[in-house]
Design a binder for this molecule. Structure first.
Ligand code: SF4
Length: 231
């Protein structure tokens, strides 16, 4: 698998926020969200190919139960299936963080799905590459059939990135198509790549999450480290 980094930290988002975790960050993504906080896995993917056995060994050496397979888009990589099977067999709790655009039968203790809505579109800067990514992102970002399969096969949570108050109707409209998803599995997170962005959006978004019957998730890693890599 192509891997950007493996490191120990604290899960910063969603229902296991605060839990010590090993992060296995794959590189490569089929989207180009303008707010991507890991451009080294999307806009400029970097990192070596590593064998599943090597990854399992690295994770085991860190001695932490929770493992977060994240990206980039981890479900793009075929080896995510044997990796998750091996980690689960070794007794780990495995969270997969995905945008839910690709199905892969990778078993997880928690499938953490962050659907990308219209507010994620990459900025149009006029270059041919930018225009190509705008079109590809728009065609790829929403795949309800994939999310239905992921939800059916796993415990799950849905996380939405919110930049502005005006993003909320898009989220509630989207969720109207998922009446089987209870509000307690839906997390609203501030769009933030810096502490300042996190602070600017947290208070009003927390109040809106309560009003709408959803959960609010801060982003612990941004609050602690800004957007430092490997933290
Ligand atoms: S899906 Fe995630 S990794 Fe991919 S571009 Fe969007 S924010 Fe970045």
């Amino acid at each position: 698998m192509r891997i950007a980094e493996v490191y120990a930290s604290i899960q910063g988002e969603g229902q296991f926020a605060g839990t010590p975790s090993v992060f296995v960050r794959t590189t490569g993504c089929n989207l180009r969200c303008w707010f991507c906080d890991t451009p080294f896995t999307s806009w400029n993917p970097e990192g070596p190919q590593l064998a599943v056995a090597d990854l399992v060994r690295q994770v085991r050496e860190l001695g932490i139960e929770h493992v977060v397979l994240t990206g980039g888009e981890p479900l793009l990589q075929l080896d995510c299936v044997p990796l998750c099977k091996s980690l689960l067999a070794a007794g780990h709790f495995v969270t997969i963080e995905t945008a839910g655009t690709v199905f892969r039968p990778a078993p997880a203790s928690l499938m953490s799905i962050s659907p990308k809505l219209a507010n994620s579109a990459p900025a149009q800067v006029g270059s041919a590459a930018s225009l190509r990514w705008q079109a590809r992102h728009e065609q790829t970002r929403s795949n309800r059939a994939v999310i239905a399969r992921l939800i059916e096969a796993n415990e799950f949570q849905l996380k939405f990135v919110v930049d502005e108050l005006s993003d909320l109707p898009d989220i509630t409209d989207y969720l109207a198509g998922w009446p089987q998803v209870p509000g307690e599995r839906v997390w609203l997170m501030p769009q933030a790549r810096t502490r300042e962005e996190l602070e600017a959006r947290s208070d009003w978004l927390e109040a809106e999450a309560v009003r709408l019957g959803f959960r609010f998730s801060s982003r612990w890693q941004i609050a602690q480290f800004g957007n430092q890599r490997g933290k």
